[in-house]
Design a protein around this ligand. Structure first.
Ligand code: PRP
Length: 183
């Protein structure tokens, strides 16, 4: 879906599809260099990370394994509930593997801080995070992603996997949601 289809719902467009793809290409080059000679398992965090996983993994000019986890940390609104549950676990045994967790946004950090601690207990060779977006002002838990696309203001953003009540995930760009949509 193009921004023109929902232009009244967006305050602005933060990143276009072209800018996102260019950023993921840059990230892919860094990942290739950092993991050269090592096997790599890329783990996407459902559901928001599907677009980043699709484009980042295809930008990598090397073999990777892929797997998915689904966790729940939010209710249907815009605020974190503080609760993390595994809805779908990995199909892969990660012991001895280099794991790169891919997500589209770090907001409070609750989800990924919990996930990294959970995955670290499974004896992987390493666990790192790649996130397209990070909100430094919202960060409440210690999370240190190895790869960050952009730091953004603490505003409600949608598109490219990011939803509001399951809408806007299929928007090609990332934009700031207009308050009239959620208030
Ligand atoms: C989003 C996003 C991150 C998390 C970030 O997922 O994909 O995993 O929130 O927020 P946090 O840093 O405050 O924990 P969400 O729980 O909305 O599920 P979804 O991916 O299915 O949209």
């Amino acid at each position: 879906m193009d921004a023109s289809s929902v232009e009244n719902d967006l305050v602005n467009i933060l990143f276009t599809e072209e800018e996102i793809l260019e950023k993921l290409e840059e990230m892919a080059r860094r990942i290739e260099a950092d993991y050269e000679g090592k096997e790599l398992l890329v783990v996407g965090v459902l559901r928001g990370a599907i677009m980043v996983m699709a484009d980042l993994s295809r930008a990598l000019e090397r073999h990777v394994e892929t797997d998915w986890m689904a966790v729940s940390s939010y209710g249907s609104g815009t605020k974190s509930s503080g609760v993390v549950r595994i809805l779908k676990d990995l199909d892969t045994d990660i012991s001895g593997k280099h794991v790169l967790v891919v997500d589209e946004i770090i907001d409070t950090g609750l989800t990924l801080s919990w996930l990294i601690s959970n995955l670290s207990s499974r004896a992987p060779a390493s666990v790192e995070i790649a996130t397209l977006l990070r909100k430094p002002e919202a960060l409440a838990m210690p999370v240190t992603p190895k790869y960050v696309g952009w730091d953004i203001p603490n505003e409600f953003v949608v598109g490219y996997g990011l939803d509001y009540q399951e809408r806007y995930r299929n928007l090609r760009c990332i934009g700031t949601l207009a308050p009239h949509v959620y208030s």
